[in-house]
Design a protein around this ligand. Sequence first.
Ligand code: GCO
Length: 466
Amino acid sequence: LRRSHFPASFIFGTSTSSFQIEGAYLDDQKSLSNWDVFSHIPGRIEDASNADIADDHYHLYLEDVKLMASLGVNAYRFSISWSRVLPRGRNGGINSLGIAFYNKLIDALLLKGIQPFITLNHYDIPQELEEQYGGWLNSQIQEDFGYFANTCFKEFGDRVKYWITFNEPNIVAANGYMAGTYPPNRCSHPFSNCSSGDSSIEPYIVAHNIILAHATAVDLYRLKYQQGGSVGIVVATDWFEPLRNVTADYEACQRASAFYFSWFLDPFVHGDYPPEMRQILGARLPKFSASEKEKLRNKLDFIGINHYTSLCVKDCMLSACDVVDLGLDAFVATTVMPDFYVVPRGMKNIVMYMKRRYNNMPMIITENGYPQGSYRNTTLKELLNDKERVEYLQSYLSSLHEAMRQGADVRGYFIWSLLDNFEWLYGYSLRFGIYHVDYETQVRTPKLSANWYRKFLGHSKLLIKK
Ligand code: GCO
């Protein structure tokens, strides 16, 4: 497979997020985010680390832009730290120092011919919003998010043409309010490590607010500005395969997809939550009023797909959130990350599913990547020689290409991630970068995969190790 098999205008990039790479967690008047606070609670992060410094990208961004330029990518997806731009939310004024940082980053990218793709919200929100009124549980956040989005459109929109409102809101709702593992750690299992919460309704309230907040932001973008760009949302996807070749398992896959990601897409295309969810959840699922349905209509310019793995599903005929019974041993454990299996055909399958269900709306693969871990005592040499990652990326790209040959309207592909970084609950113990980061010295070193991507994209100069 070659670069030339994809359209010339195809977007090839790398992805990151603010919390995972920026560090500088208190610099230049930034306030604490919910993830800053959470990661400092003992016992929450696997390796007892935090993202106070992370990749120090806040100070090293110029070097990181150079890395991207040397790869030959034409796009970069990154997120804006809400607490850097609006440390006190809507009431405290715009932090010009935060704005200046993103302006410098955007200008440096454009100078190298790299299109900025901005994610407005990639998990982290100002802690103050959580404390003031309960964050995503409160409909007030719709307006706060609108204010934040509007600030970004106003400050950056003259140069930025691709916007993503939310990254993986399905994970925010599920991990924050169902499993209770991400902030604000709400759930109703007495045995787990979460504070109070009601998993039978809260995830759905949170989702409702996020979906309406997306529509609010898109309305602002389209009605207030004529910036000529597009706005999408990014969902986390797994491809679900039936464990047995029986109808019950096929239906279980349908339910799994509905509850996992169609939850956040159906409302914008079909005007309501997936039928499977409405049927199973009944009154637990909030309803869209007639005017809200109107507001949601046609509010996506593209669908962002984060795709890494596939899972097997077995029907278990239980309650709503238990419909996904994962036959985990059905795929051979292939990576260091739990539930992460290498199943290239999943890429084509998920894209074809989206094509069918959403009338072939433009799609962008906003994340695809491969973890390395220090569970296995990995040496620097092994980490740099990441042939498994190269094989993974090649095989998933081929699978994506097959979907495109079958008519799927895919516009771009981003590798997660440019750099090793703070991998949420795993801290620094999992490494997704195509550049290795030494967290003591902040030295970035290209892995085999960086050289592969660069060759694939058509740059010929070799990246020399420092
Ligand atoms: C996301 C993802 C990323 C992860 C990546 C690897 O929210 O988009 O969680 O931030 O780092 O998916 O797990």
